[in-house]
Design a protein around this ligand. Structure first.
Ligand code: ATP
Length: 892
């Protein structure tokens, strides 16, 4: 028999598991041996050897190798071996960079790997989805992705979207009864849930019947989830730019060779010089360095508790101009404590902080016992019944397992001496309608000891008040008159404007109606309103500062919350989000506006209250239409569309559902607003660092080409020999460029306006900086060559060595310039020690090449006299002083 046809108890036996305790760790390790891990087999990775060889597939590198081979055959052994060695080292570098980039991307994927809630040895634990095995009992709720194929044991309003398997996007309602009949299709298996499908509503438990490649998902291998695009807009632009640069480099090189030949140089030398120049001038390492810079930045973000799920987000982050943030848990601590209660015109306060179940109840100044106050007692009792949270102790402190709002209600009940286990014996829960932020409430149907059946609902006070027919007032049931309703409203208003987050409790008698026939709409209206529990949810201490920094960075913070307008306003004002002239819009107002209308006012709104997740999409669209780059946070299933359409979708790591996380490009491990700010800061920094090394590398290349071109045009001998050009390309260009990728941000990165999303690689003067500096580097190198050649007309190698040293020095000085958009003098040269070490090693390597006798024949160098170093240092620092001087002149 198949699992879907069997009765639940038979499955328990056949899979040799236990529905109450789950599997034991021993069972698990035995089963792991039998079934393996719960994972889909991945496509094979490119092998190391292949990746290594792919480093040499570049056309110019092949030409260089061929040319070298020819020169080897012609007897130029030393040159040939040296060139091949350099090409090989370059290949290795490229190989390691790519592997590193790949590894960090892989690590990223693993960090966002899905988790599953399983019952092991009698308690519920969260484990990685790959650790799940056959016979495990797992549970899931709205927003979760199912981790394996399961037969359902429990289904509470459970609906699952199975489009990944069936193509059908309408969610399927699930039940637990056996399904029989021939030819049932996957879509008909109502009592099964499949790996990779999404819970869109309700919750449930199930027993795992298949894992890994044995699941329905595993069997349709071609439908496996495709990896997200990991190429960023800048990388794409660089790719296009790369093609242009190659063409330009080739044309210029051809020019150098052509002019050289016309001026009488021998063809063979010019050819080798030309090819070396082309190899040096084509920035083939750029994409890999960009990837490494991006992924190192991503690692730094992880340290700051932000996980980038899609690499392009790293760049987009730097462009963000609005952050729309949830309130609860992101701007606030989500550590809730009930401090005030209200029912029928009476108010009570409760003492105690945090989740410690210790506190007293007061009515005004007078201490009261909740057991003697019927309304208060009922408020607390129902708050505990309609509740899933558990109080646990960890490291000697009390913590809540579950929803903090419910935790607060639980603790309030415990403070009054109520015991949930006893309550659950008195009131048997027979059905539940789980909370969702669109309805803003949750209900349970219970039967008490006398067989009376009724429902208890808790939720947003204004919603419940509006749907109530009667109100419990002074322990008596009263019809909801206009006057009483006003009293309730003003109690809600009063508590909310003191920044309390309120939950209302209501009930509804349902005698004699079969629970199976009852749906949300039957239960969740026509209530009797009992009262309110008001809880404080203190703002996160670091948020105020983060909001201020964002403002300085030209980024507006907008609060979006399901909470009451007044609560939202009070907290937004405390955090500096709501300023004097800012507007507050609520869900009702949003319902009445279309995107165009919202667009008109959206710039002035800093708080959206009482919104449903659906409104978030409208807000994103309106802001985007106004030209904003929007970061939007979210945690639930219904937040997914908004998260997806935002420029940067941000999901909560702790409270976020799988659906939200999978739609997002950034996950906050600590759910903290301040983390978004840090990520933006890091995003800006990464982009600036990439600009820095693009500037460095391209200017260096321009300099290398121009010095050769100038020399040919002036009918001079070759100022640099091929191997020297290759050496500069490997050492002087490579190391410092990597170090620039690790540079710290300039002091004012968070004081600048956000970058324009569409800005090109050469925007903000970068193109000019590259060309002008490249020109100057070329010029001073040529000048040094000419002076040295004039002084030693019979000793070309000497002049070439001077030119080589000048080129290297000019670049190594230039690299410090690249650290700042403003001027080299605005930054401490020792601020980036990686760079200092990279520059020092390049210098030492240059000196070795010049002064070690055994290296001299390989690199065609000769020792430089001390007095000529003055000339080299003087000339190579000219560009920096010239350009810095022109900067200061402009500033004046
Ligand atoms: P944010 O959107 O900032 O995270 P939020 O938690 O207030 O804020 P929702 O989760 O959409 O937003 O909740 C909306 C309202 O529903 C809350 O203001 C509260 O009144 C009510 N509510 C929240 N959690 C529960 C719950 N577990 N059971 C019943 N009602 C709840």
């Amino acid at each position: 028999m198949k699992y879907h046809e069997m009765r639940q108890e038979d499955i328990e036996k056949s899979l040799n598991t236990n529905y109450t305790n789950g599997l034991s760790e021993e069972d698990v390790s035995l089963r792991r041996k039998q079934f393996g891990y719960n994972q889909l087999e991945e496509a094979e990775k490119q092998s190391n050897l292949l990746l290594f060889f792919s480093q040499f597939k570049d056309f110019m590198v092949l030409v260089l190798l061929a040319a070298t081979l020819i020169s080897g055959l012609l007897g130029e052994y030393i040159d040939a071996v040296a060139i091949i060695a350099i090409v090989l080292i370059n290949g290795f570098l490229g190989f390691f960079q790519e592997r590193k980039a790949e590894k960090s991307l892989q690590a990223l994927r693993e960090l966002s790997a899905p988790q599953v809630n399983v019952l092991r040895d009698g308690s519920w634990v969260k484990i990685l989805s790959r650790e799940v095995t056959v016979g495990d009992i797992i549970r899931f709720a709205s927003g979760d992705r199912i981790g394996a194929d399961v037969r359902l044991i429990n289904a509470n309003n459970l609906e699952i979207e199975e489009s990944a398997l069936t193509g059908e996007s309408v969610p399927v309602a699930k039940s637990i009864n056996p399904v029989t009949g021939d030819h049932v299709s996957l879509g008909d298996l109502e009592n099964m849930a499949f790996m990779g499908t999404m819970v869109t509503r309700g919750n449930g438990t199930g027993v795992v019947t298949a894992i890994g490649m044995k699941t329905a998902m595993g069997q349709i291998a071609d439908m496996l989830q495709k990896a997200e695009s990991m190429v960023t807009p800048l990388q794409r632009r660089l790719e296009e730019l790369g093609k242009i640069l190659i063409t330009v480099a080739l044309i210029l090189t051809a020019l150098v060779v052509g002019v050289g030949v016309i001026q009488g140089h021998d063809i063979y030398t010019m050819f080798l010089a030309g090819v070396s120049l082309a190899v040096a001038a084509i920035p083939e390492g750029l994409p890999a360095i960009v990837t490494v810079a991006l992924s190192l930045g991503v690692q730094r973000m992880i340290k700051k508790k932000a996980i980038v799920r899609k690499l392009p987000a790293v760049e987009t982050l730097g462009c963000a101009s609005v952050i729309c943030s949830d309130k609860t848990g992101t701007l606030t601590q989500n550590k809730m404590t009930v401090t005030h209660l209200w029912s029928g015109g009476k108010t009570w306060s409760v003492t105690g902080t945090g989740y410690e179940p210790d506190g007293q109840f007061y009515s005004g100044e007078e201490r009261v016992s909740p057991n003697n106050q019927k309304a208060l007692n009922q408020l607390l009792t129902f708050g505990m019944l309609c509740n899933h949270a558990e109080l646990v102790t960890r490291d000697d402190s009390f913590m809540v397992d579950g929803d903090p709002t419910e935790g607060a209600l639980l603790v309030a009940g415990l403070k009054a001496g109520l015991n949930r286990d006893l309550l659950l014996q008195k009131f048997k829960i027979i059905k539940e309608f789980p909370f969702d932020s669109t309805r803003k409430m949750m209900s349970v149907i219970v039967i008490d000891q006398n067989g009376k059946q009724f429902s208890v609902t808790k939720g947003a006070p204004d919603v419940l008040a509006a749907k109530s027919e009667s109100i419990l007032w002074d322990n008596r049931l009263q019809m909801k008159t206009g006057e009483l309703f006003k009293e309730v409203e003003s109690a809600i208003g009063e508590m909310s404007s003191n920044a309390l987050r309120n939950i209302a409790i209501a009930y509804k008698p349902l005698n004699g109606i079969k629970a199976e026939t009852l749906y949300e709409k039957d239960v969740e209206e026509g209530f009797t309103f009992i009262g309110l529990q008001g809880m404080i949810d203190p703002p996160r201490p670091e948020v105020k500062q983060a909001v201020r920094e964002c403002k300085a960075a030209g980024i507006k913070t907008v609060m979006i919350t399901g909470d009451h307008v007044l609560t939202a306003k009070a907290i937004a004002a405390q955090l500096g989000i709501l300023k004097k002239n800012d507007k507050v819009l609520d869900g009702k107002a949003l319902n009445e506006m279309d995107v165009e209308e919202l667009q008109e006012v959206v710039e002035d709104v800093s708080v959206f209250a009482r919104v449903s997740p659906e409104h978030k999409l409208k807000i994103v669209k309106a802001l985007q239409n106004r030209g904003h780059v929007v970061a939007m946070t979210g945690d639930g299933v219904n937040d997914a569309p908004a998260i997806k359409s935002a420029d940067i979708g941000v999901a909560m790591g702790i409270t976020g559902t799988d659906v939200a996380k999978e739609s997002s490009s950034l996950v906050l491990l600590d759910d903290n607003f301040a983390t978004i700010k840090s990520a933006i800061q890091e995003g800006r920094n990464i982009y600036e660092n990439i600009r820095k090394f693009i500037r460095y590398l391209l200017a260096s290349n321009v300099g290398e080409i121009l010095v050769m071109l100038f020399a040919m045009l002036l009918a001079l001998p070759l100022p640099l020999v091929p191997i020297q050009i290759l050496w500069v390309n490997l050492v002087t260009d490579g190391l410092p460029a990597m170090a620039l990728g690790l540079d710290k941000p300039e002091d004012d990165v968070m004081k600048r306006k956000p970058r324009n999303m569409n800005e090109g690689v050469f925007a903000r003067g970068l193109g000019w900086k590259v060309v002008s500096r490249g020109f100057l580097i070329g010029l001073v190198t040529l000048f040094a060559f000419m002076l040295a050649y004039k002084a030693h007309p019979d000793h070309l190698a000497y002049a070439q060595t001077v030119a080589f040293a000048t080129l290297v020095m000019a670049q190594l000085i230039h690299v410090f310039d690249c650290r700042s958009e403003v001027s080299v003098f605005s930054r401490n040269p020792f601020g980036n020690m990686y760079l200092v070490w990279a520059v020092l090693s390049s210098l030492v390597l240059m000196l070795l090449v010049i002064y070690i006798p055994s290296l001299q024949p390989i690199f065609h160098t000769v020792p430089i006299q001390l007095k000529d170093w003055m000339l080299i240092i003087g000339l190579s620092s000219v560009p920096t002083f010239l350009l810095a001087g022109s900067f200061f002149a402009r500033k004046k």
